[in-house]
Ligand binder design. Structure first.
Ligand code: ZN
Length: 236
């Protein structure tokens, strides 16, 4: 079965990257389902953005409305219990001695992708799409292409069924990710992502900037603002 006839499951957090991945999957596959995770992160607001984004994205292109299928939310409270980070505790975001921001939840993407693969298996889905990226990232080792490829092998072996992990943003800058959104869904998609997706580590939604909502100070906001300005300035 070709990808044009297949179903994909998109890791969908409600952020810029995963929304762009959702559009990429809607462009490429016959049917698309979404999965989000709840694990006690303090920016639960990001999960609240998911419904608005799903409602909005089916209006961007008429053919997408027919393709967007079920959404799934999995609770993984254990992840918070084993993580002592700024995402799950009320502490300031800082860089650790290991060069990683303390927002890092060790192995988080491995856990997400493994749960996604288990759900995909149950639903007969082969293709999983995630927004992992090596280019403009904070050094998370579970976003590396090598990590994803190794996990794809492990999942396919461990489930005795081919699982394909797609990471369309792996080699894109944040500006190029905005450009991809434009290529897929024109201004309608760019405006939807800018206004409704959420990236800020602090979970702030109050302040409106030209690149969207967020505190404007945390590493995620800085990355997003930098990417937006490179995009509108033609620096993609
Ligand atoms: Zn922020």
């Amino acid at each position: 079965m070709s990808e044009r006839d297949a179903t994909a499951l998109v890791l969908f957090s409600g952020g810029q990257d995963s929304t762009t991945c959702l559009a990429w999957a809607l462009d490429r596959f016959a049917r698309v389902e979404t999965i989000g995770f709840s694990y006690g992160q303090r920016h639960a607001i990001e999960l609240d953005c998911r419904a608005r984004l799903r409602e909005g994205i089916v209006k961007v292109r008429a053919d997408w409305a027919d393709k967007l299928g079920d959404e799934h939310t999995l609770d993984i409270p254990t992840l918070a219990a084993i993580s002592e980070t700024a995402l799950t505790r009320d502490v300031a975001i800082a860089m650790g001695d290991d060069g990683l921001p303390n927002t890092f939840v060790p192995g988080r993407n491995l856990v997400f992708l493994t749960f996604a693969a288990a759900l995909a298996y149950r639903r007969g889905i082969r293709h999983i799409v995630g927004g992992m990226c090596e280019t403009d990232y904070s050094g998370y080792p579970d976003c590396r292409d090598e990590t994803i490829k190794a996990l794809q092998n492990a999942l396919s072996l461990g489930m005795a069924r081919p699982i394909e992990l797609h990471t369309p943003l792996m080699w894109l800058t944040k500006a190029a990710t905005w450009q991809l959104a434009h290529d897929l869904g024109d201004r309608g998609l760019v405006d939807l992502i800018r206004d409704q997706s959420h990236t800020c580590y602090l979970g702030e939604r109050g302040a409106r900037h030209d690149w969207g909502y967020g505190c404007g100070q945390c590493p995620a906001c800085e990355l997003r603002a930098h990417g937006w300005h490179a995009y509108v300035g033609g620096g993609a």
